[in-house]
Design a protein. Structure first.
Length: 735
């Protein structure tokens, strides 16, 4: 149960105006106490009632972490004077505040509220200044009332601050009229929060606002959490009925109303009505149109010349292409768009290098991938510059948009995108908008890996449509006599059990009796056994990555990160560290950025700099400034980013990653717990993705039957998407 702490604000030591995260000193029962949390803008002299818990900070000692804050009107003359002179009210400084308290005593605040003209009784306050003070006080008083109103309904202080900033003194009126408007207007307010407020205010459970908002929420949630771009109408009605606890008939009427208002879009798909969010509907149409147009505007090269160049490349590299590979290179020089797909060891990288060799002038060819890690790997494999798609499209500017678009397209003759399975529909649309007609587009990926975290199934749908030229590589080339990683990856993909613990191999299994035993073995592997096995212990630790299928449990991401941090980067008396929530960040920690932040500034080699750090970027903490409450992370060994304390909710430890977060990366060694779990989380697709992240070594720890369960579970959760359908249809039929 939360504790309460009442005190008077002495000073604000730190405050982030974006989210309200604050560090304040208060006087409580004669003692000075530090309070931290998302708080409203507080002034010296104000009395507040905080709710929360006491915590012990390793550097700053005992603190009160506030979850809520109720501002109370100061009652003492000293408190009133400090509040008025805090600088919160325009036109009022400490000297004038003292005069007001001396003139009106305990009634000073009542005078400001009800008889502000009496301020002119004080020497130095004329009509203009009186109006300025009165208006500023009334505005601050109204905002304080708004904050109290919002926190009454369980909103956090940070969220309350966002709402009051947007609506100002109208906040209470707007919310009482329609709390569901918050969902559209305020980032961070979802249906569940708005619904709690609405029901507390007495809105009926079958009210039209509630039903319509619930339907839109259920559809958006299906898109964000499961990657659907549409869902069948009965599916949506069922999800919304469960959420809203109401009958389907009511929802049918509300859904029809949303379609009439064009807030949702419906289409007959294979005899069943599919329901789309309008942006997802138009996004898949636009991708289909742009891909089709690019495919129809190819600049074909002379086939005989291409074959000569392929032969020359083979001779220079001392290799021999298969007929499928030669056909793929030739197709890349004839088609406007080509998709190359294949598993590990099938020669995708060699094929890309040959295509680049044949095309020639590297200044006219651009290379990109969805993540920094994938782009770096692409650059190493090709010997050419490769960027993330966001950097390629020059994300930034005052409005936080892609600078490369229809009006300012990319200047290139050929564009090669790797790891396309990771690209969702919205990033693909932005990419295609920046590609000029006549540009060659080569999309490379592995169709058997996990689909994108965001909505859509771009690579899978393009391949399924059959409308875009594609070449699938199946022959295995990258495999020596002793390597089992590539061999086992293909066995898994075919539904066959991997070969474990082959002599002198690189694919091992350690049998354990419980998840706890498996977790301890994983720590031992990462700290002592594998670093020596891989070579230089100091460097090889960075090449070891633990991957888990789940966040929870003894072998989940959260628990393994804590165990691995304790073993690899323990607390030391002189170690630099910073506590945020349940996480302790230390200098040298491996961390991952977990949400797209388009405004976060980074500095690169030389004078290079820019904005944007993205979900999945992995780096190491290079500096912690406890006094300034900041830390610095180096991403991809080149981009340095400073995080203020309030931004640390965007970082997590990365000694262990989820398999989804590992996409686009390769590691020297992959260690994976295999201890069972929910069937939806343990499937062949996920297992294959994890194994194919390893270059030199795979170690599985746990139960044989868990391995068998994953291999034999080929039932991936279906994604409802319509891009394949759009490509088959005439794209120009839709505006």
């Amino acid at each position: 149960m939360a504790e309460e702490l009442r005190g008077t604000i002495a000073s604000t030591l730190f405050r982030n105006p974006e989210n309200g995260w604050s560090v304040v000193d208060i006087r409580a029962q004669g003692d000075m106490v530090t309070v931290v949390g998302s708080l409203p803008e507080l002034s010296a002299g104000e009395t507040c009632l905080f709710s929360g818990d006491w915590v012990e900070h390793p550097q700053y000692g005992r603190q009160f972490r506030a979850a809520g804050c109720q501002i109370q009107t100061p009652t003492t003359l000293r408190g009133i004077e400090r509040f008025l002179g805090s600088g919160l009210i325009k036109g009022l400084g400490p000297s004038t505040a003292r005069q007001i308290v001396e003139a009106f005593g305990h009634q000073a605040l009542d005078v400001l509220s009800e008889q502000p003209e009496r301020l002119m009784e004080i020497s130095g306050i004329g009509k203009v200044r009186c109006r300025q003070i009165s208006e500023s006080y009334q505005k601050q008083h109204a905002l304080r009332k708004v904050m109290v109103f919002l926190q009454t309904y369980g909103l956090s202080t940070g969220l309350s601050e966002k709402i009051s900033k947007l609506y100002r003194e109208r906040a209470e009126e707007v919310i009482r009229n329609n709390p569901y408007q918050l969902i559209d207007d305020i980032d961070g307010v979802g249906f569940l929060t708005a619904d709690r407020i609405a029901l507390s205010l007495g809105f009926p459970e079958d009210g039209e606002y509630r039903l319509r908002s619930g339907l839109k929420y259920a559809l958006a949630e299906a898109s964000l959490s499961q990657g659907h771009t549409y869902v069948p109408r009965p599916y949506l009605i069922g999800r919304a009925a469960e959420l809203l606890r109401c009958g389907p008939a009511l929802l049918e009427n509300s859904l029809s109303e949303l379609v009439l208002r064009r807030e949702l879009t419906v289409e007959d798909i294979d005899g069943e009505e599919g329901v789309f969010l309008p942006d997802a509907f138009s996004c898949e149409w636009e991708i289909a149109k742009r891909l089709t147009r690019l495919n129809m505007t190819s600049q074909q090269m002379i086939a005989a010349h291409v074959r000569q160049q392929i032969a020359r490349f083979e001779k220079e590299r001392s290799i021999r292409f298969s007929p499928t590979q030669r056909d793929a290179v030739l197709e890349a020089t004839q088609a406007g768009v080509l998709v190359i797909t294949g598993g590990p060891g099938t020669g995708k990288t060699t094929l890309i290098n040959c295509i680049l060799y044949v095309l020639g002038d590297e200044e006219e060819t651009l290379l990109a991938a969805p993540t920094g890690r994938a782009a770096k790997r692409m650059a190493e494999a090709t010997g050419r510059e490769a960027r993330t798609i966001h950097r390629l499209l020059e994300f930034g500017g005052e409005d936080g948009q892609f600078q490369r678009d229809r009006e300012n397209p990319l200047d290139c003759a050929c564009l090669v995108i790797d790891e396309v399975s990771m690209v969702d529909i919205y990033l693909m649309r932005s990419l295609l908008r920046a590609v000029n007609p006549g540009t060659r587009l080569i999309l490379v990926g592995d169709k058997d890996q996990l689909p994108s975290v965001g909505p859509g199934n771009v690579l899978g749908d393009i391949l399924a449509s059959g409308c875009i030229p594609q070449r699938r590589l199946t022959e295995i080339f990258r495999q020596d006599d002793h390597s089992m990683i590539v061999h086992n990856a293909h066995r898994i993909n075919r539904g066959e059990l991997p070969v474990l613990n082959a002599r002198a191999g690189d694919f091992f299994f350690e049998r354990k009796q419980s998840p706890g035993d498996a977790a301890q073995t994983i720590v031992s592997l990462c700290t002592t056994r594998l670093p020596g096995f891989l070579g230089n212990p100091q460097e090889s630790i960075k090449g070891i990555q633990v991957l888990s299928h789940t966040k929870k449990g003894a072998c989940g991401v959260h628990q393994l990160n804590q165990l691995l941090q304790q073993a690899l980067n323990p607390a030391l008396p002189d170690a630099q560290e910073m506590v945020y929530g349940e996480t302790v960040f230390r200098r040298g920690d491996k961390v991952i950025h977990i949400k797209n932040n388009y405004q976060l500034h980074w500095e690169g080699p030389g004078s290079e700099e820019g904005e944007g750090v993205f979900n999945g970027d992995v780096g190491y903490i290079t500096r912690i400034d406890p006094e300034g409450r900041m830390l610095t992370v180096l991403f991809d060994e080149e981009r340095s980013v400073d995080y203020e304390y309030a931004q640390l909710d965007e970082l997590e430890l990365a000694y262990c990653l989820s398999v989804h977060k590992s996409q686009g990366s390769e590691f020297d060694a992959v260690v994976m717990p295999v201890v069972g779990g929910h069937r939806l989380l343990l499937n062949r697709n996920l297992f294959y993705t994890a194994v194919t992240r390893a270059r030199r070594l795979v170690v599985l720890v746990g139960y044989e039957d868990a391995i068998a369960a994953m291999v034999h579970n080929s039932r991936d959760q279906r994604r409802y998407t319509a891009l394949a359908r759009r490509l088959v249809q005439a794209p120009d039929a839709h505006p």
